[in-house]
Design a protein around this ligand. Structure first.
Ligand code: GLN
Length: 484
């Protein structure tokens, strides 16, 4: 399938008139159908895609095109799309049609990239396996009995299967990096504030980050360039010029100091995963990087702090779904209280309810100091650990996930086991830092991700390091099925 080619080479074919945006959109729509068993799309927008592709072809013909013009992609179904159903994989929003576009949607639309639909995800982005969707679980294209990771699992599965060369997603505690690792693709989570959250349905507002999934770091750089930047409609959006992400890709890595965090290789990390990541670190040494043994002493507190702060913010954000303003409403409410309780009981799935209960409890008078306030203090300790480490290293490396993709159903009855899958990703969100997951080998025939973490706003450094690895290895070009 031509989408395995990646954005840059598709853009070249478009400019050379070897193909057209309409042709690429058609191919992507057919590929989406061929891979319907992945259950990776909630809404397919064939008519919208073909109309957008025609406009992209006009732009390409008149020379009014960007590097993304005519490139098909999918949006995670958490980004509001004007006139196109946006469900957040919840029964609560099953029939919600937003009256406006999210900032990221506007920007990719202005670049004339072509959305073919909205991808499946965990309900309200709560999950690490994509089994929490009202629309059913997504399957991993490498092994359909396994999860693709969550919560941006639909986006990751579609890129990994070659349906589209890139997809949007969000990362609140690892939802880009973990599915990227499980599906053998590249996932970039930018610095908090680098990309606008406007029009992204809120889960945990101080952690949610609009992000990108693609095959390679170079493709992630192209998309970041299109979606990043200040937006006055998001009060946490940062007004700071963009770096030259593409320009930085080719910088040699000689002298780059990579911190190898002891804690990221600790108990619970599968031996096969650890070995693959160590071999990637050896590649970096060959490229001239210097490995430095470092410690992040509060790393073990990241999961407990995250699983207080994220549900606390979620419980507040999800209070808006009350059956009055928009979304699901129960039939024939007998009173206002009946309207609220039945609407929410019917509209939300089990994991979302669990988070609302935990979050409301942690914020309640009498428990606020013991849980929420303490978690915020731990958050500061975690951010301080990173700040101290970055005094002596340029990047921090470790496995993105403790294991390869697990089986569907393996952890769904045990929330704590599921939360533990996020052990190496959530600290990055608590500190607001950028990070990338790079496919770096196979263990048990399944993809393994290397996570690289950078100081705030050093996305160019991350993309450079990932790109250089991808110049000397080809794990990012492996297609599911080609396992050796
Ligand atoms: N797995 C984490 C959670 O369930 C992170 C989800 C995310 O990043 N959206 O909260």
């Amino acid at each position: 399938m031509s989408q395995f080619k990646g954005i840059a080479s598709l853009a070249q074919s478009l400019r050379a008139r070897e193909t057209s945006a309409v042709e690429l959109a058609r191919q992507a729509l057919i590929a989406a159908q061929t891979h319907a068993d992945l259950n990776a799309l909630i809404t397919v927008d064939a008519a919208g895609a073909l109309a957008a592709a025609e406009r992209a072809d006009v732009a390409l013909a008149t020379g009014d095109a960007s590097p993304l013009s005519g490139i098909p992609f999918v949006h995670k179904d958490i980004f509001c799309t004007n006139g196109l159903r946006t469900t957040c994989a919840s029964r609560m929003l099953e029939n919600f049609v937003p009256p406006y576009d999210a900032c990221v949607v506007e920007k990719l639309g202005a670049a004339r990239a072509v959305t073919i639909g909205k991808s499946n995800m965990d309900e309200f982005a709560m999950g690490s396996s994509n089994e929490n969707s009202h629309f059913g679980p997504v399957r991993n294209p490498w092994d359909r009995t396994r999860v693709p990771g969550g919560s941006s699992g639909g986006s990751a599965a579609l890129v990994a299967a070659g349906v589209v060369p890139f997809a949007t997603g969000t990362d609140t505690g690892g939802s880009i990096r973990q599915p990227a690792a499980f599906c053998g693709i590249t996932g970039l989570k930018p610095t908090y504030g680098r990309v606008s959250r406007w029009g992204m349905i809120a889960f945990a507002s101080s952690l949610d980050t609009a992000s990108v999934l693609a095959r390679s770091a170079a493709d992630c750089a192209l998309v970041l360039d299109a979606i990043a930047g200040h937006d006055a409609r998001d009060a946490t959006s940062v007004d700071r010029p963009l770096d030259d992400y593409m320009g930085a890709l080719c910088k040699p890595l000689a002298g780059l100091r990579i911190g190898v965090a002891r804690e990221y290789f600790g108990a619970g990390i599968d031996a096969g995963v650890g070995a693959v990541v160590q071999s990637a670190l050896k590649e970096y040494e060959k490229l001239g990087a210097i490995l430095v043994d470092i410690s992040l002493p509060n790393a073990h507190l990241a999961i407990p702090a995250y699983y207080v702060i994220a549900p606390a913010e979620a419980s507040s954000n999800l209070a808006r779904f009350d059956g009055v303003r928009y979304g699901h409403r129960c039939a024939e409410p007998r009173s206002l209280e009946d309207l609220y309780t039945r609407t929410r009981a019917e509209g939300f799935g089990a994991e979302v309810k669990r988070r609302i209960l935990v979050g409301t409890y942690a914020l309640s008078a009498g428990y606020f100091d013991a849980y929420y306030l303490r978690a915020q203090r731990v958050r500061r300790l975690i951010a301080n650990d990173f700040a101290a480490a970055f005094e002596s290293v340029d990047l921090i490396a470790g496995p993105t996930t403790p294991t390869v993709a697990f089986k569907l159903g393996e952890k769904s009855a045990d929330p704590l086991a599921m939360y533990a899958a996020d052990v190496n990703t959530v600290a990055v969100n608590l500190a607001g830092l950028p990070a990338i997951s790079v496919p770096t080998g196979l263990s048990e025939g399944l993809p393994v991700g290397l996570q690289l973490i950078a100081p705030a706003f050093a996305e160019a450094r991350l993309l450079n390091a990932a790109h250089q690895l991808q110049q000397v290895t080809d794990w990012h070009n492996r297609e599911p099925g080609a396992r050796s």
